[in-house]
Design a protein around this ligand. Structure first.
Ligand SMILES: [Zn+2]
Length: 325
């Protein structure tokens, strides 16, 4: 049977977003809540179930294809297990079964970067593009690789952690435990540290003012806000981050020859100049013939994860039922 709706769930380190979504990507109803980070996995599942009930109320269960759920974690997609999770206590937790024991729909879990990529691929900036790289710049740096029209998952479904590519040997620490990864330079904690260092000096006074005059309280958002108001020091921090991103992506562009690189996440979508700098560096350094790759900002904003998760639920439903998309 061809169902009308799917439920998309996007679990973030800060917020959980849920939506009832039509096949063409229209969000019919949405609900959000803060992630109860300190309540353990059961508390997080409780919050997810409440949001699912809210968006599905009044809809007959037979009309719902299933639930897709993006998690800020490394997911073994084939076994549907959570391998590793830095920001929430979900490592080793069977989120799929825990959720399915409480609702009457099938559940599919995936990495949040993949979900955002699926969302942009079906309904956003990468619509109709078969080969592209998705990057989400937020608290962490997530990613997805779309090759020949499908997300590339690797041998165990753990592929596409673009944010954990090494850009500097023995570089600054990354929250994953590694060193010198893209996330070490572009994650919110890294941008906060750069902003705090700048705010200590006279030159960084505009950044300091964003944080109420206290250099130690400067966050990534303060840096972004100061830059958007035209402060040169804040812009330099973000443009330098864009250059690091560009350098890192040169290797991927040379390797994979994508048509498009889509940059999303809170930081990516508010900092056009960071994205432009990355594009310039790729244009300067990529091998000949690959330089026509376009680097653009994502289009779906916060909805990318929910819409992509819902699309995943439709796909799983259709392949179970033997339907083609
Ligand atoms: Zn890392």
């Amino acid at each position: 049977m061809r169902t009308t709706y799917a439920i998309g769930v996007d679990v973030g380190g800060t917020r959980i977003a849920t939506g009832l979504v039509e096949r063409k990507g229209r969000m019919i109803k949405e609900a959000r809540a803060l992630t109860p980070r300190d309540s353990g996995p059961f508390g997080i599942v409780d919050a997810i179930i409440d949001l699912i009930s809210e968006v599905s109320s009044g809809v007959h269960p037979s009309e719902i294809a299933g639930i897709g759920m993006g998690l800020p974690a490394q997911i073994d997609f084939l076994r549907q297990t959570v391998e590793f999770c830095t920001n929430l206590p979900l490592a080793g937790v069977d989120m799929r079964s825990l959720t399915m024991s409480r609702v009457r729909y099938p559940v599919t879990i995936d990495n949040d970067g993949n979900c955002a990529g699926i969302g942009e691929s079906r309904f956003g900036a990468a619509k109709g593009v078969r080969d592209f790289i998705m990057l989400t710049l937020g608290t962490g740096v997530g990613g997805a690789l779309f090759l020949s029209g499908e997300p590339y998952r690797g041998s165990r479904g753990l592929a596409a952690e673009v944010g954990h590519m090494v850009v500097q040997l023995d570089g600054p620490p990354c929250p994953c435990g590694g060193k010198g990864h893209i996330e070490s330079f572009l994650g919110r904690p890294a941008l906060s540290v750069a902003g705090q260092e700048a705010a200590q000096s006279f030159r960084g006074r505009a950044i300091r003012e964003e944080a109420g005059g206290d250099a130690e309280r400067v966050t990534a958002e303060h840096v972004v806000n100061a830059a958007l108001k035209g402060d040169e020091v804040a812009r330099e921090i973000l443009i330098e981050a864009g250059a690091v991103l560009g350098e890192a992506l040169v290797g991927l562009v040379n390797l994979l020859n994508p048509k498009l690189i889509v940059v999303g996440g809170g930081i990516g979508e508010s900092c056009g100049f960071l994205v432009d700098r990355a594009a310039e560096v790729i244009d300067e350094h990529a091998l000949a013939g690959r330089r026509d790759v376009r680097v653009i900002q994502a289009e779906l904003g916060n909805d990318a994860g929910v819409l992509g998760a819902a699309a995943l639920a439709f796909d799983e439903h259709d392949s179970r039922e033997g339907l083609h998309r």
